[in-house]
Design a protein around this ligand. Structure first.
Ligand SMILES: Cc1cc2nc3c(=O)[nH]c(=O)nc-3n(C[C@H](O)[C@H](O)[C@H](O)COP(=O)(O)O)c2cc1C
Length: 327
């Protein structure tokens, strides 16, 4: 069940995926309270002018008790990435994850993210530079990649071997190619091949949303852990549900009143992290994920989305929960 990332021992095998605009400190905290064993912060650009922007700095926040603290870096220049690793470490990060999976056009057009899977020479230079820095500074570096560039160019095994040889501590593979984006189904054969090819821990990612899927993917791939992304949007309790079900409590589900309380708690932390009015506005997306499909939500949706003050948002939310008998 447990695995290690360099000198850090992770006591379970459920990981929250890094998701830009989502996995900030409050969201990581609530997921970890519900049983996520490890969580990587949001992606940060490595270029100094970008990483020191207000938006990036707000993404780098950690809660005091977060352990170990991990950030993800994006970039295409080895020297800049090593400098960014030092900067992230000075800012409190204990583990640095390198993003070779992001398929966004604005990222791939500047040769970052999953575009690097098509340029193995540059990917190799970056991996060498980050691996050497990691070993020298004793800061574990991990890699997140896709299975390849497209169906004809699946090179995750070669990339993972390069990472292991350079001194990386872990590799996460999202079971899709860059060309697939988020379309189609994740495949786990390539992840299983990667797990056979390297001896550092491998994390399987893609379409994992239930206890059955966790069990099946771990068995099929022989990965050390699984990473959950979209299934945790509006559902941070998924980690608890999966753990309870794996323990044999097969119909475990958090009750609606418990979920309502958790939403209010997450909202309080979110507001404390971002302040007003940013916190109220940015929590709207979480509300839409949380309450999608809940009884009676359609009737209050427009008013909740229009609320621009913290007080209005909270009053509407509490009135909704009370009207449904969950508070
Ligand atoms: C909103 C959103 C933001 C994401 N941002 C990042 C990111 O910053 N870095 C990264 O490596 N992957 C990012 N991803 C990809 C996820 O980490 C994950 O690899 C992908 O969603 C597949 O896992 P899933 O099927 O469990 O969602 C993002 C995904 C989503 C949905």
């Amino acid at each position: 069940m447990a695995f290690t990332i360099g000198q850090y021992r992770i006591e379970g095998n459920l990981i929250l995926a890094p998701m830009a605009g989502v996995t900030d400190a409050p969201f990581r905290h609530i997921c970890r309270l519900f049983g996520a064993d490890y969580a990587v912060g949001e992606m940060l650009a490595s270029a100094p002018q970008l990483r020191e922007s207000r938006k990036s700095l707000s993404r780098l926040g950690f809660y005091e008790n977060e352990a170990p603290r991990a950030v993800q870096l994006l970039g295409a220049d080895p020297k800049t990435l090593v400098k960014a690793l030092d900067w992230a470490s000075r800012s409190g990060a204990q583990i640095v994850d390198f993003n070779m999976g992001c398929p966004a056009k604005k990222v791939c057009n500047v040769a970052c993210g999953s575009a690097l899977m098509r340029d193995e020479a540059l990917a190799g230079e970056i991996i060498q530079a980050l691996g050497a820095a990691a070993v020298e500074r004793q800061i574990p570096v991990t890699l997140k990649c896709r299975t390849g560039w497209d169906g004809e160019h699946k090179n995750a095994v070669r990339i993972a071997r390069m990472a292991e040889d350079a001194g990386f501590s872990l590799v996460t593979v999202h079971g899709r190619t860059r060309a697939q984006g988020f379309e189609g189904e994740a495949e786990y054969d390539t992840i299983a091949e990667v797990a056979r090819a390297v001896s550092i821990p491998v994390v399987a990612n893609g379409d994992i949303d239930s206890a059955n899927r966790v069990q099946a993917v771990l068995r099929y791939t022989n990965a050390s852990a699984v990473m959950i992304g979209r299934a945790a949007l509006g559902r941070p309790w998924i980690f608890k549900e999966i753990k309870e079900r794996l323990k044999g409590n097969t119909s475990f589900e958090l009750s609606r009143p418990e979920k309502a309380r958790s939403i209010l708690t997450h909202r309080r932390w979110h507001l404390a992290h971002y302040g007003e009015p940013c916190g109220t506005l940015t929590f709207r997306k979480h509300l839409l994920w949380y309450l999608d499909g809940w009884p009676g939500f359609e009737e209050v949706r427009a008013a909740l989305c229009a609320a621009s003050s913290a007080q209005d948002q909270e009053s509407l939310l509490i009135a909704y929960f009370q009207a449904q008998g969950w508070m």
